[in-house]
Design a protein. Structure first.
Ligand code: ZN
Length: 250
């Protein structure tokens, strides 16, 4: 029995394990199929929507949706997902995306954004997390940890096992809208993908620098603990973005 599980596991790892992030080309270990990842994201998205109040400001919702659509339109990888862009009416300085293409902005953070290019900055960044399948990568890391620990079947118990891992990775079991921080590596990668896409979609990438500088200075104030905890805005991040902008062809 154990042998059989091992054989299927090796086959599973072989077929599902190798992936490359878009734009950066970084190789990834991903043990979860895109379909499963999308299904988990969708079910979580429905949970969040059932507990949230979407904005009644139709102009704002349409503006955010249009920016999202313009950005996914320039990405080949984005075509495999069904995208939705939501604006939740809540004075929270945060935005997040779920696997499979569900992107959420809070009205709180939108108030801080001076123009469409700054909305496109965070939009591109969140879309970057989805396209690079960072959620699936984190779940895979968790699964690999479980494998190393004790029982193979824990990780292969689908989907119940994955739902638990999803909640663990996203922190959604305890608190909706508070997504556990991505690793620095994932944040940097999403910045690069986001700036790349916003530029291709016709937005000004220099506004990404302006936006993150604004977030960085907000750090010292009382504002935006949620967003800063998941999206640390520091000088390294801003320098990385500036360097990347220099490589973009005008
Ligand atoms: Zn992020």
């Amino acid at each position: 029995m154990v042998r059989m599980i091992l054989v299927s596991l090796v086959a599973f790892l072989f077929f599902a394990g190798c992936a490359n992030a878009p734009v950066t080309g970084r190789s990834q270990m991903i043990l979860i199929g895109a379909d499963q990842e999308t299904a988990l994201g969708l079910s979580e998205s429905e949970n969040i929507l059932s507990q949230s109040k979407l904005t009644t400001n139709k102009t704002l919702a349409a503006r955010v949706e249009n920016i999202g659509k313009k950005i996914v339109a320039v990405s080949e990888e984005a075509k495999q997902y069904e995208w939705s862009f939501y604006v939740i009416e809540e004075d929270v300085l945060n935005a997040f995306a779920l696997p499979g293409g569900k992107v959420f902005f809070y009205t709180g953070i939108l108030k801080l954004m001076a123009n469409d290019d700054q909305i496109a900055t965070v939009m591109g960044h969140e879309i970057g997390h989805v396209l690079a399948r960072h959620g699936a990568e984190r779940m895979s890391q968790q699964m690999a940890t479980n494998l190393g620990g004790q029982i193979l079947s824990t990780a292969l118990n689908i989907p119940a096992g994955q739902q638990g891992i999803f909640e663990m990775v996203y922190g959604t079991a305890s608190n909706y809208g508070v997504i556990l921080p991505f690793s620095r590596k994932h944040e940097t990668e999403s910045d690069i993908i986001g700036v790349n896409l916003m530029f291709k979609a016709g937005y000004d990438p220099n506004e990404a620098v302006a936006f993150w500088e604004k977030m960085s200075s907000a750090k010292s104030g009382a504002a935006s603990p949620e967003f800063l905890s998941t999206h640390p805005a520091d000088s390294t991040r801003i320098a990385d973005i500036k360097n990347y902008i220099k490589t973009l062809k005008k």
